[in-house]
Design a binder for this molecule. Structure first.
Ligand code: ATP
Length: 503
């Protein structure tokens, strides 16, 4: 698993998908740049989301709110007071950890130990093995799992009540060592606000303290009535947007999974109070279907229903994805009640109410939200698509089996030789296709190597122009996944590519 993850990171760099930010200055931790191919893939994911959410829903519209917002926004939303993570330092190694992540990692290890015992027993007993019974009767497994359960329960309770001393006690009680140095010397646990501050204004006395938005949602809430009125929207309706968000994450690791500057794709769906659970279930299913439509394998997704709810929610679930480092949150679906709109009413003194013509009354709508990280989507798609294959002749190839709709380049056009008029025909094919599809030209190296290069970039088609093309206007069309080669007329290319890359 670790190797897979290393491959993902190095492939992303080597093939021009993702670079560390400001690399010539040794990078900036947990900040990344999308390179020439990564920017295309990311844009295609964003578009795939936007089409499914906005274009396909008559009652959902999209906006693009500013990153900078009036500072009172973050008072009302609760971010100033409660957007914190528990932080703990190791005095010896001077390393900084998110206290809950440290405990969760420890629990993950307990889970792995239990799983090892289970796997060993399954091997020993074969067919007759009853996993459930083994889990409840085997002393060691029972011990690992109950220890895990009790840690997670205690941790959740202490975090909930803000009793950080207890979190520290838990860490010490378990003698959890610094993962790198083995040291166990911890400081007290403290709350750390994740918002990035900045200043607006030229002179020091008049400057206004602002925050870079930590989520895009608030730009939607404050515009709720503007959009409802100008768009003449009727409840239930949704407002969607994609855009950058910033969080000063304590532990930044796992590549683009947890970044300090990242992009969200969020949709707030405004519903009649009392109908939120129906819509919550609807959006859970609808969002899962969207993920499944990419064909990365249903076994890689699961729901995680939250027991511990945020201050604004009355129901919440994550769609988790099987990343190279295990199942982790990819998207959140939250029933946010009328918390946000009510809070903005209170802090702004402006009414944010909807007049329901059927009921002939005003109310503050309830909100069901879907929120997915674009970068996490990128990592999910990219890491599952990256495969090493052994071919029939025993050789291996690296292939990025991206869903065609998301592939940065849809087709590469390759003249077999750099002479005899073949490059000119290849260029003419590109001219004809390039407004509709991102297509590439490549004439360097033997054609087999060019195929492999396109495989590694995830290009679904290679179009090879050879001497037969001069006679009958046909080309070789090579398919990335099957490596099958067909002979097709140049005039048929557009239709074939269009069908492959359509949703
Ligand atoms: P986590 O528990 O992983 O920190 P969260 O529950 O705080 O995430 P939300 O506030 O619900 O996340 O944000 C919605 C989505 O935004 C997440 O599902 C995730 O895909 C994405 N996201 C959140 N924080 C980051 C980050 N630091 N880097 C990249 N994506 C992020």
């Amino acid at each position: 698993q670790e190797d897979i993850f290393k491959n993902v990171v190095s492939h992303a760099k080597e093939y021009g998908f993702i670079f560390p930010s400001s690399e010539i200055y040794d990078g900036l931790s947990a900040v990344y740049d999308y390179a020439q191919n990564g920017a295309e893939l990311k844009k295609n994911i964003r578009e795939y989301w936007w089409k499914a959410m906005v274009q396909m829903h008559e009652n959902i519209v999209g906006i693009d709110a500013a990153i900078l917002m009036h500072p009172t926004t973050w008072k009302a939303s609760g971010h100033v007071d409660a957007f914190n993570d528990p932080l703990i330092d190791n005095k010896d190694s001077k390393k900084r950890y998110r206290a809950d992540v440290l405990l969760e990692d420890y629990c993950e290890k307990l889970q792995q130990k239990a799983q090892k015992e289970i796997d060993k027993a399954r091997e020993r007993f074969g067919e007759s093995f009853d996993e459930q019974q083994f889990i409840t009767t085997n002393g060691r497994v029972v011990e690992y799992l109950s220890k895990k359960k009790s840690i997670l329960e205690r941790m959740a309770k202490s975090l909930d009540s803000g009793d950080l001393e207890d979190v520290k006690a838990l860490i010490e009680e378990l003698e959890i060592a610094d993962p790198e140095t083995g040291s166990k010397n911890w400081t007290e646990v403290r709350q750390f606000n994740l918002m990035f501050g900045t200043k607006l204004g030229a002179s020091a006395e008049n400057a206004m303290d602002l925050y870079l938005r930590p989520e895009t949602a608030q730009g939607i809430f404050v515009n709720f009535l503007n959009v409802q009125k100008t768009g003449r929207m009727k409840v239930p309706f949704g407002i969607a947007q994609t855009g950058k968000a910033f969080r000063n994450e304590i532990v930044a690791r796992q590549f683009i999974f947890r970044m300090r500057e990242f992009e969200q794709m969020e949709m707030q769906f405004f519903v009649k109070p009392g109908e939120e659970m129906k819509w919550y279930e609807y959006w859970k299913e609808t969002r899962l279907k969207w993920h499944l439509s990419l064909g990365l394998g249903a076994e890689n997704y699961r729901f995680h229903d939250h027991e511990k709810l945020a201050h604004y929610a009355n129901a919440a679930a994550d769609i988790e994805f099987n990343f190279p480092f295990g199942f982790k949150e990819l998207e959140g679906i939250h029933s946010r009640t009328d918390f946000d709109l009510k809070a903005h009413e209170e802090y702004s003194g402006k009414k944010l109410q909807y007049f329901d013509t059927e009921e002939n009354k005003n109310y503050v709508p309830y909100v069901v939200e879907t929120s997915v990280g674009l970068d996490r989507m990128f990592l999910a798609v990219f890491s599952k698509a990256l495969q090493e294959e052994t071919l029939e002749d025993g050789s291996t190839r690296t292939v990025l089996r991206l869903p065609s709709v998301l592939a940065p380049t849809k087709a590469a056009v390759l003249p077999l030789l750099k002479k005899d008029g073949l490059p000119e025909i290849a260029r003419a094919i590109i001219e004809d296709l390039k407004w509709d599809f991102n297509v590439a030209y490549d004439e360097k190296d033997a054609v087999g190597r060019r195929y492999r290069r396109q495989d590694a970039l995830g290009t679904p088609f290679c179009i090879t122009v050879d001497h037969q093309t001069l006679e009958d206007q046909t080309v070789t069309l090579r398919h990335r996944d099957s490596m099958v080669q067909d002979r097709v007329a140049i005039s048929a290319l557009r239709g074939i590519i269009l069908e492959e890359v359509s949703m």
